[in-house]
Design a protein around this ligand. Structure first.
Ligand code: 3PG
Length: 215
């Protein structure tokens, strides 16, 4: 069950190409940002569970901006995943993987994107049925060069790199055959959120949406 969901998420990520990663101070910011991103053409977003506002923000984005597919990131254990799914998260992302998460994810109704940065981690997850993985922290773990090196021996495993990705290096990742999408916070700079510059976020989203492959 989870392997099919994970594969389908890989297809969704491929179509999206860019996944804004949001760490939110308030629920209201989350709703405004989701609207701004959708206006700019980005409709797949990850809200990290790193702030107290995260779960309610997921709930309100799902209710108020239904055209956006919102998932939960920084999910470290099955309890957090349950809370995120109860809030309406449509996919679950973790920076890594644990046996408890893998066990629990078997019965989740939504896709799981676990993280890997080494060949052994990627092989272990692939063995468990996960064909699409998060590659985090991407730049610190070798960046596009590392993923390029994985593409021949680990053919069949695809990645969504996040961590240090920005407009400048996103193209290098997206040019690789084993990269389905890139994720990151660069599309939503903190200063623009503090200043409530929603049209500026829409402009950044349009720029990021322009990274989408043409094929
Ligand atoms: C994540 O959780 O995916 C990362 O924190 C995003 O990393 P970035 O802030 O470097 O884009």
């Amino acid at each position: 069950m989870q392997s099919e969901l994970n594969r389908a998420l890989g297809d969704t990520l491929y179509r999206a190409a860019v996944v804004p990663v949001l760490t939110l101070e308030t629920v209201e910011d989350g709703v405004e940002i989701a609207r701004a991103l959708a206006r700019g053409g980005l409709d797949l977003i990850e809200v990290t569970l790193r702030t107290p506002a995260a779960l309610e923000a997921i709930r309100q984005i799902r209710l108020q901006v239904p055209q956006v597919r919102v998932g939960a990131g920084t999910v470290l254990d099955p309890e957090q995943a349950q809370q995120a799914m109860a809030a309406g998260a449509r996919f679950i992302v973790s920076p890594g993987m644990t046996p408890r998460l893998i066990e629990a994810a078997q019965v989740w109704p939504v896709p799981f994107l676990p993280g890997a940065v080494t060949a052994s981690e990627a092989m272990a997850l692939s063995d468990l049925g996960y064909a699409c993985l998060k590659f985090f922290p991407a730049e610190a773990a070798g960046g596009a060069a590392a993923l390029k090196a994985f593409s021949a021996p680990l053919a069949g495993i695809t990645f969504c790199p996040t961590g240090g990705v920005d407009l400048d290096n996103a193209r290098d990742y997206l040019a690789l055959p084993n990269v389905v999408a890139v994720g990151g916070s660069w599309v939503v700079p903190r200063k623009l959120v503090v200043d409530q510059q929603w049209p500026a976020i829409t402009a950044l989203a349009e720029q990021a949406a322009g990274l989408r492959r043409r094929h």
